[in-house]
Ligand binder design. Structure first.
Ligand code: FES
Ligand code: FES
Length: 175
């Protein structure tokens, strides 16, 4: 059974029968999006499989690696641990939404400059986490970056370059 299309209504999880779909309305990278999802669908799967935004990566799918990090209302979250219905009305930013007018975000440029990725599997999550880390004021020293980016794992062990990139971008952004 599907919820008829129309203005999104407030989601009450207790009121949704098993197997039903719910329409959620989000702003994704500044674009209003509506998507029908079952209540069990994660934000990660809604982004990748329902909206075709595959920049956000699925690593562990259980909250351990940070590959799926996106910004929700400006805060970094692990989208594999977040149900899409919980984000009704939120502003979501994925790695696809960072560049402006064809110009890469300073964090993206710094990652390239510092060769801060190898396989790239963790990179979108690292970049989104770094954007928030800098905004939070938690990128004022290498140690601080290591501490506040510790939820983002890199199996290629590009950590040294990642820290250098985050510090460099932080200086460039005047944070
Ligand atoms: S895929 Fe979400 S934390 Fe690993
Ligand atoms: S660059 Fe390969 S996992 Fe980080």
């Amino acid at each position: 059974m599907q919820t008829p299309a129309g203005p999104p209504t407030e989601v009450s999880l207790g009121a949704i029968p098993a197997g039903a779909t719910v329409q959620i309305a989000l702003s994704v990278n500044g674009v209003p999006r509506r998507v029908l999802v079952e209540p069990r669908v994660t934000l990660l799967d809604a982004l990748r499989e329902r909206m075709g935004l595959t920049g956000t990566k699925k690593g562990c799918d259980r909250g351990e690696c940070g590959a799926c990090t996106v910004l929700a209302d400006g805060e970094r979250i692990k989208s594999c641990l977040t149900l899409a219905v919980m984000r009704q009305g939120s502003e979501i930013t994925t790695v696809e939404g960072l560049a402006r007018d064809g110009e890469l975000h300073p964090v993206q440029e710094a990652f390239i400059r510092h060769d801060a990725f190898q396989c790239g599997g963790c990179t979108p999550g690292q970049i989104m986490s770094a954007v928030a880390c800098i905004r939070e004021g938690h990128a004022r020293s290498d140690d601080e970056v290591r501490e506040w980016m510790s939820g983002n794992l890199c199996r290629c062990a590009a950590y040294q370059n990642i820290v250098a990139a985050v510090r460099d971008a932080s200086r460039e952004m005047g944070a």
